[in-house]
Design a protein around this ligand. Structure first.
Ligand SMILES: Cc1cc2nc3c(=O)[nH]c(=O)nc-3n(C[C@H](O)[C@H](O)[C@H](O)COP(=O)(O)O)c2cc1C
Length: 195
């Protein structure tokens, strides 16, 4: 059974929800999954005992959660030896302006430089607007930003944009990558034996 570690950072809870849904999906695909909040007490877990690691974090004012950056930086060496994926969660991905996509690419690239890690796969996902949880100041600020981008400004309720089907497809492809890698590694071992 493949052992997968999911490490996530969240501020308002949507990335935790995504990580939980992903964990359930991977378990249904016969993987053993550990799920860890980078800000929690289990952040000292090492990637070395896993076949793969998936990191999720959300963008808040152009940056990801610091505990995620720290954990990835501390474990970058071990992460380079296994299959990894990064799931940046944001709202800019919903915009059609090319500048919005470029901005996300820049934020992700900065994270890779800061942490010294480049994952095998990067899959940006749309997050949510949790207006009902925000302080009045955060709600006011988000409503202004979202209005400019042409998004949902009804602050009496939350708006979820995560495409759960897209996440399911990602999970399937990631598990398939792991299986392919295992076959290739087996072939390399066999080739090595012949030589
Ligand atoms: C204060 C604040 C700042 C945000 N800044 C950005 C941003 O710079 N770029 C972006 O694409 N999304 C931004 N977002 C949207 C979040 O990435 C989105 O709400 C995401 O779902 C948050 O995930 P979380 O609930 O796991 O923290 C921001 C949201 C908030 C509340």
């Amino acid at each position: 059974m493949r052992q997968i570690l999911i490490v996530y950072g969240t501020t308002d809870g949507q990335t935790r929800k995504i990580a939980n849904v992903l964990a359930e999906d991977l378990r249904a695909r016969r993987c053993s999954v550990d799920l860890v909040d980078a800000a929690g007490p289990l952040h000292r877990l090492s990637p070395e005992t896993y076949d793969a690691v998936i990191v999720g974090a959300s963008v808040h004012i152009g940056a990801f959660q610091k505990p995620v950056v720290r954990w990835v930086r501390e474990n970058a060496k071990a992460l380079k030896k296994i299959q990894t994926a990064f799931l940046p969660v944001c709202l800019a991905i919903l915009e059609t302006r090319p500048e919005a996509r470029q901005e996300i690419d820049k934020i992700v690239e900065r994270f890779f430089r800061q942490s010294g890690w480049r994952p095998s796969v990067t899959k940006p996902l749309a997050g949510a607007l949790r207006y009902t949880q925000y302080s009045w100041l955060k709600k006011w600020m988000m409503k202004r930003i979202v209005a400019k981008a042409g998004g949902d400004t009804d602050t009496t309720r939350d708006h979820e944009y995560t495409d759960w089907n897209e996440l399911r497809v990602f999970a399937g492809e990631f598990v398939a990558r792991l299986a392919t890698r295992e076959i290739m590694t087996g072939a390399e071992v066999m080739a090595g034996g012949v030589v």
